[in-house]
Design a protein around this ligand. Structure first.
Ligand SMILES: C[S@@+](CC[C@H](N)C(=O)[O-])C[C@H]1O[C@@H](n2cnc3c(N)ncnc32)[C@H](O)[C@@H]1O
Length: 328
């Protein structure tokens, strides 16, 4: 495994970078995005491939095999499939650290501040449900204390999402990735940036060795990557089985995807709920619904409604969806 070569500066923007993908500050409604983007499925798949690759690290050019499957295609579909392979991420994180860049920052900022608000909102409601309505202003500061939220970041990559959550007050932070190179990178960056309290470990989400549950489980781009594996459909089923065990009852799962829309993620959850309970579950179910919904593993809570607009390959309006589900 190649060592991590970090530049002396504590500003990650000074890491040698690839040409930056332009990011605009314009906001676009999540609900309107399908109109703005106006891509067919094939185009979306290609966009997601580009977004996933661009948002992280450039793939190394000198790998040719994979733990799961031998594949070295040059066409678009081949590249898409490679994003689902562990060898892709191992090579990207171990050999091309100099290509590290952070153009996904705008998405990360949105995801983190939105997730923080959601956690505060849920904590507040829990306090009120437990007779906390007459709390003093001093007591109400407790709702901003996010230390009770244990956080797991699935497929953490460079671990910067966890660093950002730490800046916003979360303290119990764990990141896992099946790529050892990713974990080395995440650890190196966390140490450099003064976040050595974040725990990182090599772990395959689909065959996790984690033995604890977490109040908040984050996934930014990992289900996308899993879905791009040649066995994506089966692996997505395995993903839900695994994640259902990792989110503590009453906890939250927050998924950010540039391949699936909010509605597609909700449908996927509905299918998982149905598969698990044997009951047809109301589509688009929201919190506080009937008992059938409550027996289902996951319930839709909320989604991010506005995102900065991105430009990939000259196309403005690449999709990103962030959706939160409550674990019953
Ligand atoms: C698109 S990247 C996202 C990285 C990071 N979450 C971010 O937002 O920058 C997908 C990440 O998921 C990891 N990954 C893919 N499949 C995984 C699995 N089965 N278990 C653990 N990590 C996985 C890859 O190594 C890669 O770091």
């Amino acid at each position: 495994m190649a060592g991590i070569k970090l530049p002396p500066s504590d500003d990650t923007s000074e890491l040698p970078q690839q040409p930056r993908t332009p990011v605009t500050g314009d906001l676009i409604s999540d609900d309107d995005r399908s109109i703005a983007a106006d891509h067919d499925d094939e185009q979306r798949h290609a966009d997601a491939t580009e977004a996933l690759a661009a948002a992280n690290l450039r793939p190394s050019s000198d790998y040719s095999s994979d733990k799961d499957s031998e594949k070295d295609e040059e066409d678009g579909d081949g590249i898409a499939s490679m994003l689902g392979l562990q060898s892709y991420w191992d090579a990207a994180y171990s050999d091309e650290l100099q290509n590290f860049r952070q153009h996904g920052h705008a998405v990360m900022d949105t995801v983190v501040s939105w997730t923080k608000s959601l956690c505060i909102d849920i904590t507040q409601r829990r306090l009120l449900n437990h007779g906390g309505s007459d709390k003093t202003e001093h007591d109400n500061h407790e709702v901003h204390d996010l230390s009770s939220w244990s956080v797991l970041d699935l497929g953490t990559g460079n671990g910067l999402l966890l660093q950002e959550l730490a800046k916003h007050g979360f303290v119990d932070l764990t990141g896992v990735d099946y790529s050892e190179g990713a974990i080395n990178l995440a650890r190196g960056l966390a140490e450099r940036d003064g976040y050595s309290n974040i725990t990182f470990s090599v772990d395959d989400v689909l065959d996790t060795k984690l033995e604890r549950q977490f109040q908040l489980v984050m996934d930014k781009g990992t289900l996308d990557a899993i879905g791009l594996h040649p066995d994506g459909p089966i692996k997505r089923l395995m993903y839900w089985d695994s994640v259902a065990k990792l989110v503590a009852p009453g906890g939250l799962l927050v998924i950010t995807s540039c391949n699936s829309t909010k509605d597609e993620l909700m449908q996927e959850v509905d299918s998982f709920n149905q598969r698990t309970t044997g009951n047809p579950v109301q589509p688009n179910s929201s919190v506080h619904q009937d008992s059938a919904t409550h027996s289902a593993p996951f319930q839709y809570v909320d989604h991010v409604r506005s995102y900065p607009t991105f430009m990939f390959g000259g196309i403005v309006g690449s999709r990103v969806a962030t959706v939160a589900f409550l674990r019953n």
